[in-house]
Write a protein of this length. Structure first.
Length: 278
């Protein structure tokens, strides 16, 4: 059994607070990387249709021998499949590639406000949840105004909003809105997608203080402020290292030092203007 603590989503479903992301991992490498993560103790795996690695991810889940009820599998509907009927078809295709008859969490990948199909897409997710084929439903990259519209027009509060979040983009406004609404905040690119953040001198000093790596300090910060986090790596030693963050704790001074690093600096697109259907 995994030692990763779980949070309880707003519909009562438990979700591991730390999982394994597979963005940018080719399908033919996904089975090995996910298999390594499962062997290390991860039980939550985050993929998406657009990552084109659902098949490899599903193969690793099947090969692991881990009981299905111990796994938490997330995937997402891509932009070009938004709309009620298209989303239902896309979900069926994702299940087939994963080799599953149910996912634990299904997300809308981007709101695409100018395209304006996300409410109809959300209604398809409601149907999928009502049919028992997704234990929980949520969104990714939604601003508070997008979330408010979903809630107002459908009456269903997303269980999760997965957003870009790291020490240089801490998103206090969205996190506060999520907390008010009972939405779990999940961080993508939690380590900032590169070496720049991992070479930050402030984080380096905190890491030396705790005899940990900078990546472990950043992941620990996420956990202590309440985020769900999904680091990605294809290196076995780093996959294991990223999971070893539960035996130390950052103190108040550490947390304030990390908070001071916020620069509202995005690495990915702004959801307000990201309307790409490709």
């Amino acid at each position: 059994m995994s030692s990763v603590p779980a949070i309880t989503l707003n519909n009562g479903v438990p979700m591991p607070q730390l999982g394994f992301g597979v963005w940018q991992i080719p399908d033919d490498e996904a089975a090995r990387a996910v298999g390594t993560a499962l062997e290390a103790g991860y039980r939550s795996i985050d993929t998406a249709a657009v990552y084109e690695n659902e098949k490899g991810t599903g193969q690793a889940l099947a090969d692991s021998g881990i009981p299905r009820d111990e796994l938490f599998v997330t995937t997402k509907v891509w932009n070009s499949d938004q709309g009620y009927d298209a989303t239902l078809r896309a979900f069926d295709a994702s299940l087939e590639r994963l080799g599953l008859d149910q996912v634990d969490l299904y997300l809308i990948h981007w709101p695409m406000p100018e395209v304006d199909r996300y409410v109809d897409t959300w209604k398809a997710l409601q149907r999928i949840h009502e049919d028992g084929r997704a234990r929980a439903i949520g969104v990714s990259n939604f601003h508070p105004e997008h979330l408010r519209r979903l809630i107002d027009e459908t009456g269903t509060v997303p269980a999760v909003n997965q957003i870009e979040l790291h020490p240089r983009l801490q998103q206090p406004g969205p996190r506060s809105f999520h907390a008010e609404q009972g939405i779990a905040t999940e961080a993508w690119s939690p380590l900032g997608q590169g070496k720049d953040l991992l070479q930050d001198p402030v984080l380096g000093e905190i890491a030396r203080k705790h005899d940990r790596t900078v990546a472990q300090v950043v992941l620990r910060w996420h956990l202590q402020i309440g985020n769900v986090v999904i680091p990605k790596s294809v290196t076995p030693s780093r996959i294991r290292e990223n999971l070893d963050v539960f035996s130390f704790e950052l103190d108040g001074e550490d947390l304030r030092a990390v908070e001071a690093l916020n620069a509202d600096s995005r690495l990915g697109p702004d959801p307000a203007s990201m309307n790409w259907l490709g």
